[in-house]
Structures are given as C-alpha cells and as structure tokens.
Design a protein around this ligand. Structure first.
Ligand code: CU
Length: 462
C-alpha cells in the first residue's frame, strides 16, 4: 500500500543536495531544545512545500510548541497542513479539516455535506414550532451541514484516499490508519525516513470513525500529537451514520487527547522516551485541542469562541424524539432524531463522558453497531446494548457514536418547562477526575464542554 517516493520529487531537493555536500546526515541531527542555540544549520533555507497534486492530501510531520490552557508552551509533533519549523510561532501541528469526495476532489474546508447550509454559530434552527408538543420544534431532516474540528478528514464512501506525508523531523515516522483495511487491519505508510515523503493510497473504508496515528514507540508519538481522525460518510446518506442506521440533525466530532509535558521535553531534547521507564503523568486534557475555559468558548478571543461553538459545543432546539426510530418525523422532511456525537479518544487515559440534562443513546462502538435487543456482556465486562446512558466510557483509541436527543429534560415539570425564556445550558465533563484539571491541579481546566437546549424562538410560540 505504501510507496516510498524518491527524494527527487521533493521541492526541497536543493536542500538535500546542500546537506549532502556539507557532509551532514539528516538523521543524525540533534533535535533542538527550547533554550539551546539553533543547531539545525542544514535546515536553512526553510524547506518548501510539496508541489500540489490533484486528488492528493498533503500532510507534513512538523514539530513546534503549543500553548496550553495555563499559557505553558509544550513541545508537540503533529500532522500539519503546511510545512513549519520548530520556532514557528503558529506551527501547523493539526491538519486543517478536509473533505475527500467520491468524485476525487480534495476540498479544504470544515463543513460537510459540501454546499449544505451552515448552522448559525453551530446551532441548526428548526423548521417551525411543533403545535402538537408545546415548547418543542419540528426539526429539518437532511438539511444542515456540520462543522468539523481540526485533525479531521471526511472521506466519502467510494473515494480513494491519497495521503502524501512528508517527514520533516530527524527520526523516522509513520502514518497508520487503524482498522481501515479491507480485512479490518491497519493501513500504513511504513517507516518514513527523515526528509522523505511517502504516499499512502487506499480505498475508503466503510462508513465510520477511524483514528490515524504514528504508532512508532507507541504511545509516545501519538501523545506528542501525531494523530488525526478519518470520518467516512456515505454520500447517498449524508445525514445517517451509515445506510439504514441512525439519522441525525447534524454531527459533532469530539477528539479527546492527553498531553504529557515531561515526555515532550525529553523528546524535544533529543531523547527517546521509554514509556515503561518514564510512566506517563498527563498534565493537560484536551477536547478538540482545547481545555477548560477555551473549550467552553469563554475566552477573550471571539474567533476561538465562535469556532468552539461551531465545532464542539452541542446545541439545538428541543424536539419530540422517538428513540425507536431516529428517522423520518411525522411529516416528510422532518426528523425524530437528535444529533450525532462521534466520541474519539486519541489519548492514553480512560474517559467517562458525563452528560447532564439529557441521557444519550450509544449506537455503536469502533464502527460496530450495537444491538437494540438481546444485549450481552463483552469480553471486557461491559454491557453491549443500545440504551440510555449518562456516562459513556471511552477507552484509549476507542470511538463511540452517540445520539444526544436534545429533548425536554425528563425532570423539567410543566411549570418549569413553560416558564422557560432562555437557553438551558448543561455541562459535559469527564468523570475520571484528573482529566478535569490542568497543570496538576487547575480546576476546571481540563476536558470539559457543555451543550445547549435552545430557548423559545420569539414569535414561534405554539
Ligand atoms: Cu456530572
């Protein structure tokens, strides 16, 4: 599957010649420490980007420093969308969301379906008030686009995925898409030498949620940031998890991650972390790359707040939901379902995602649909059955698809429900308490979010 390309195709081939003439081995170059003098002389001038190829998504294995929620800078590696170097103030360490279509186009953009209306501030507006259910709304079916966070590739079923990966670092790296092979196995570029490029081409797997990582020295490179998510959609069923599976109003991708600054500084200093010798003590916990007040969308930066609302903070209008059938509503073009959340744990700690306000309905785990009847206990001792839950367990590398119903909370009695004039906002936090902190204690600085049950629309009262 993987094809190691000759270095001649690199736009930076002049640089390689320069390095060879100077007798410098790229693989032997020390990595730069944050405070050390610049020692990477062979990296001047700054390498150029790859010449674009139609139908090919270029990824750059970069390094750099990212600001954590407490303003600490932590060394990261990542699959970026453009070539950047370690001292870049805005390094490209999380690829920009991209859509790969069945027609063979690679479309930069953070919404899907392409061309569908964008929900204002991430919130789909309803079709109209539901006269049969006071305070509730009739929901558009197959209408709204969804926003996707950084690190997400959306590929349409039937497409060919072509990832060209340039390794700009001093050690070999790999890009592996887990479980996306025809037999359910992994697809990988194989080891990509420093300053080399590899092309990974494969038929888009079945609809679902996949994680790609660099599994080198696992889980170290993944913890350093070398991971992303592939979402596969059936272009014939753009508002369904898969054909004949749950329909949704819009979808969300929630990527959980853990940051281990000691590992990061060891790797930045040129050491190789032995995860058994230096046990991980994660200090930051992110959701779609943000933590604490940043992932709650209450920063002083309106741009960050808006992006967080669009891609992370679930929001919708209350609707009459039918859990027996997340599909067509009582009339054509309306939906009886909620919103889909793809929970993804790319980190190394167990999360327990706890939703207040509504229970959620888990429909599949790791792209395997859960049964609605005759549930059973799986090998790991957990019940395998679609059911209402308020805490969703999420083991490292797990993906769970859940439907959040966006419904009137069952404990909202009539006098309360009908006195409602504003949005009701409910927390989502992880019940594995260390993940709620940052920097060893700052609370609530970790993996938190909220979701909003939108208030009455003026003039649309039943
Ligand atoms: Cu709680």
């Amino acid at each position: 599957m993987a094809e190691q390309l000759p270095p001649e195709i690199l736009a930076r081939s002049d640089l390689l010649k320069l390095g060879a003439a100077a007798g410098l081995g790229f693989a032997a170059l020390p990595l730069v420490q944050p405070s050390a003098p610049r020692s990477r002389v062979a990296r001047m001038p700054i390498p150029l980007a790859l010449a674009p190829l139609p139908g090919v998504l270029d990824l750059y294995i970069n390094e750099g420093y990212l600001k954590m929620v407490d303003d600490t800078l932590v060394y990261h590696r990542g699959f970026g969308s453009r070539p950047t170097d370690i001292d870049d103030p805005t390094p490209s360490l999380r690829l920009d969301p991209t859509v790969i279509t069945v027609a063979g186009d690679v479309v930069p953009g953070r919404s899907y379906p392409l061309g569908a209306p964008l929900p204002p501030r991430g919130t789909p507006t309803p079709l109209r008030a539901d006269s049969a259910n006071p305070g509730q709304y009739v929901i558009h079916r197959n209408y709204w686009a969804s926003y996707f966070p950084q690190r997400t590739i959306v590929a349409e079923l039937g497409s060919t995925v072509r990832l060209r990966v340039q390794n700009r670092l001093g050690k070999p790296h790999t890009l592996t898409v887990h479980g996306a092979g025809a037999d359910g196995g992994d697809l990988t570029t194989g080891s990509i030498a420093p300053d080399s490029v590899a092309l990974l081409e494969f038929d888009c797997p079945k609809p679902g949620t996949y994680i790609f990582t660099d599994p080198t020295n696992a889980p170290v490179e993944r913890v350093l940031g070398l991971f992303g998510v592939l979402v596969v959609m059936d272009p014939e069923c753009q508002w369904d998890i898969a054909k004949d599976r749950a329909s949704f109003e819009r979808q969300w991708v929630w990527i959980c991650h853990t940051v281990e600054p000691r590992w990061a500084s060891m790797e930045a200093a040129g050491q190789t972390v032995d995860p058994l010798q230096t046990r991980a003590v994660p200090r930051y916990f992110t959701l779609n790359g943000r933590s604490g007040f940043e992932s709650l969308g209450v920063t002083f930066d309106d741009g960050i707040n808006l992006a967080t609302e669009e891609e992370t903070l679930i929001s919708g209008y209350p609707r009459q939901l039918d859990v027996r059938q997340f599909g067509e509503g009582t009339e054509l073009g309306t939906l009886r379902g909620g919103q889909l959340v793809r929970l993804v744990n790319a980190g190394i700690v167990l999360h327990q995602m706890h939703f207040h306000g509504n229970h959620i309905w888990t429909v599949r785990r790791n792209n395997v649909d859960w049964p609605r009847r005759e549930g059973f206990v799986g090998d790991d001792g957990h019940v395998v059955l679609q059911q209402w839950e308020d805490v969703v367990e999420l083991e490292p590398m797990d993906r769970k698809d859940i439907i959040i119903p966006i419904k009137r909370p069952p404990d909202a009695i009539d006098p309360v429900w009908f006195a409602r004039t504003t949005d009701w906002v409910y927390p989502m936090h992880c019940h594995a308490e260390p993940s709620q902190t940052a920097a060893g204690g700052m609370y609530p600085g970790g993996l938190v979010a909220h979701w909003t049950l939108k208030g009455p629309v003026p003039g649309a009262a039943p």
